[in-house]
Design a protein around this ligand. Structure first.
Ligand SMILES: Cc1cc2nc3c(=O)[nH]c(=O)nc-3n(C[C@H](O)[C@H](O)[C@H](O)COP(=O)(O)OP(=O)(O)OC[C@H]3O[C@@H](n4cnc5c(N)ncnc54)[C@H](O)[C@@H]3O)c2cc1C
Ligand code: FES
Length: 334
């Protein structure tokens, strides 16, 4: 395989309690990464992705910030069991929720305007630090939180505002005082910066509201960058037509053959067959769901993780891959 999609043991050097239910894990991980990317951690027999709150431009150490999700398996396990000195298994950083590089001078000078909710501040802080330290771009952040006690990185954001008074603005929106953010407030915060790049990360309904408000405000879709923490479960309808052919999934050395269903990814077929293969982002960004096509052919809807050589070798992101020939076999690595 071309790029390294495997897991690496990484030591936790420090843990910072950011709020009562949010901790930053400082990792002894000399990985190169870009602001806005994430690592995928293997824990509790499963996989979860966590964005970096650190910036390669300003922080010597790599940090991820994890908020407890009520009833959630991995976030609670990390809070309750991990201590400095412990080792966790992580992938190399991945993801495309990054600052645009290159392009015309006007483009790379465009403002960065971010809307985040709750733990969505994590990659936004990373992007803000990199944009401020590594470019001359103005940065504005609207951070929505339930109440003052749940604001993550209030101090770090305040320090950026002091350090870059002409280029950085943060607005804290507290639901307990102001109610939920409205479309009018989003339009007002976006202002006249039609050429800005807009970054969105937060709960799904929040991001939907912001995205729709920005589009209605005249922002071009290609200027809107979205990071989804919780993937919308979007299974194919139960009555999706079965079609000619089969899909065979080889997982832990066992073969499982199902009828093909139109519009179904390999990951969805596996779930329909009662299997539990690896996945994390379900957006084509992390390669956690990688497998190799060993019979037949497949295409991917989105591929932000595999290089050309890997695709030529038959590797496929199963969350994005679907069969294009009647009989396809896909083998997961053990
Ligand atoms: C690319 C990417 C980057 C991410 N970065 C971060 C990060 O920086 N910090 C962070 O804290 N989390 C981040 N997440 C979310 C994280 O991967 C987990 O989904 C989250 O910690 C919940 O996992 P869990 O095992 O604790 O809960 P689970 O056991 O998976 O879920 C328990 C319940 O909570 C729901 N749920 C799952 N995820 C969320 C969520 N994010 N918010 C609300 N409800 C949810 C589930 O539907 C389920 O009902 C990121 C996710 C992705 C895909
Ligand atoms: S689960 Fe991340 S690329 Fe498929």
């Amino acid at each position: 395989m071309g790029r390294d999609h495997g897991f690496h043991p990484v030591r936790i050097t420090r843990i910072i309690q950011e709020t009562p239910d949010t901790r930053t894990y400082v990792l002894d991980a000399p990985f190169p990464y870009r602001a806005g990317q994430f690592v995928t951690i293997k824990a509790c027999g499963t996989l979860r992705s966590y964005s970096m709150s650190s910036s390669p431009e300003t922080d010597a150490e790599l940090m991820t910030t994890v908020k407890r999700v009520p009833g959630g398996l991995v976030s609670n396990w990390m809070h309750d069991h991990l201590a400095p000195g412990d080792v966790v298994e992580t992938t190399l950083p991945a993801g495309v929720f990054c600052l645009r590089e290159g392009g015309e001078a006007r483009e790379v000078a465009a403002p960065v305007v971010a809307f985040c909710g709750g733990s969505g501040i994590t990659p936004i802080l990373s992007l803000a630090k990199s944009a401020l330290a590594g470019t001359g771009r103005p940065v504005r952040v609207l951070a929505a939180d339930r109440d003052a006690g749940s604001v993550i990185f209030a101090a770090a954001l305040g320090e950026l505002a002091e350090r870059y008074p002409d280029r950085f603005e943060v607005r804290h929106h507290l639901d307990d005082r102001l109610g939920f953010v409205t479309a009018d407030q989003i339009r007002e915060f976006a202002g006249g910066d039609a050429d800005a790049d807009f970054y969105l990360c937060g709960p799904a309904p929040f991001m939907e509201l912001v995205e729709n408000a920005l589009l209605a405000h005249g922002v071009a879709p290609e200027r809107i960058f979205v990071e989804r923490f919780a993937q919308a479960a979007d299974p194919p309808p139960a009555d999706a037509p079965e079609q000619e052919g089969t899909v065979t999934l080889v997982l832990s050395g066992k073969r499982h053959t199902l009828a093909q269903r139109s519009g179904e990814t390999f990951l969805e077929s596996a779930r329909r067959g009662g299997l539990a293969p690896p996945f994390s982002c379900e957006a084509g960004n992390c390669a956690t769901c990688i497998a190799q096509v060993t019979e037949g052919e497949a295409k991917m809807r989105v591929n932000n993780a595999l290089d050309e050589d890997e695709v030529a070798e038959g590797w496929v992101l199963t969350c994005q891959g679907e069969p294009t020939t009647p009989h396809v076999t896909v083998e997961y690595e053990d």
